[in-house]
Design a binder for this molecule. Structure first.
Ligand SMILES: Nc1nc(=O)c2c([nH]1)NC[C@@H]1CN(c3ccc(C(=O)N[C@@H](CCC(=O)O)C(=O)O)cc3)CN21
Ligand SMILES: CC(C)C(=O)C(=O)O
Ligand SMILES: [Mg+2]
Length: 281
């Protein structure tokens, strides 16, 4: 019951946290069970990232992820959350065509999915969409630096903002997004001192992933930090646990016991009375 009364983390908590100098914690989750664990552990916000295409669906990029995919996983995550704020990633091509389509698509993530906010990759190019969403009362989280939906344009998952030109563009985009009214910006794979400078130049918080300790918060993909997904091993991932090995060890033990006939034991079985059994013979 006491958990029910805990103050929810909202859009205004993002700004309050930055003002108080309290770091914001964010992790991805794609299902009810995981979301409930993260919420109970006290994470501030949960991102239903389009990285679900890679870790949940086995694609080799995020480009194949659809609005229906994110909607499906968002519904599950929202059911598992009590305090955490749920942010849904807008998939590739759901906010690139027109403001009208963008608002309709984001509106479904909010109205049908129950997300509290959406995240879009990009700066100046997508400003009209960002402004359209905010006009429609949909809170927006920005995402700059390494934007995985641009993998084909970037020529791979590479650190962004190392040159003067690209560092200036990221800073300018961050300021444009802030002016447009986003409540925060994810900075992915940018040099730490650039991310720190951007964070100090903004009133809204930055959430870093591979962007150093100068950001106002941090985000990681849950399967990466728990050691469950090994197709990628970006430098920014810290493995807090090795759940992948734990799962394999548990499954191997189960296989061994079933093969040996040592599972199930008495305590795992149900009984029938002798007289009823007699009637079957
Ligand atoms: N499981 C998972 N975790 C993620 O963090 C993630 C996804 N999936 N899918 C979408 C994108 C892809 N991401 C990636 C993938 C690889 C690198 C990577 O290997 N980067 C190099 C940088 C090389 C350089 O430019 O110096 C690295 O060494 O970390 C970074 C981000 C982040 N996102
Ligand atoms: C890594 C985060 C920022 C993301 O966009 C995702 O998980 O899709
Ligand atoms: Mg994403």
């Amino acid at each position: 019951m006491s958990e029910k009364r805990e103050k929810k983390f909202t859009v205004s908590s993002f700004l309050d946290s930055k003002e108080k100098g309290e770091k914001i914690t964010m992790l991805t989750a794609y299902d009810y069970t995981t979301a409930k664990l993260l919420d109970e552990a006290g994470v501030d916000s949960i991102l239903v990232g389009d990285s679900l295409g890679m870790v949940m669906l086995g694609y080799d990029s995020t480009l194949k992820v659809t609005l229906e995919d994110v909607l499906h996983h968002t519904k599950a995550v929202v059911r598992g959350c009590n305090r955490a704020m749920v942010i849904a990633d807008m998939p590739y091509l759901t906010y690139h065509i027109s403001v009208e389509e963008t608002v309709k698509n984001a509106g479904r993530l909010i109205q049908e999915g129950g997300a509290h906010a959406v995240k879009l990759e990009g700066g100046e190019e997508i400003l009209p969409m960002v402004k359209g969403l905010i006009r429609a009362q949909i809170p927006v989280l920005g995402h700059l630096g390494l934007t995985p939906q641009s993998v084909n344009m970037m020529g791979g998952y590479k650190v962004q903002g190392k040159s003067e030109e690209s560092a200036k563009k990221i800073l300018r985009d961050a300021k444009l997004l802030e002016e447009a009214g986003v409540f925060g910006i994810v900075l992915e794979c940018v040099p730490d001192r650039l991310a720190e400078h951007i964070s100090k130049s903004l009133k809204i918080p930055t959430i870093g992933i591979g962007a150093g300790a100068g950001c106002d918060g941090q985000v990681l993909v849950i399967q990466d930090m728990l050691g469950m997904y090994s197709n990628l091993s970006p430098k920014f991932v810290k493995r807090y646990k090795n759940i992948g090995e734990e799962i394999k060890a548990g499954v191997k033990e189960y296989i061994k016991e079933v093969k040996a006939g040592s599972f199930p034991e008495e305590q795992h079985t149900f009984k029938i009375s002798d007289d009823i059994l007699e009637k079957l013979y």
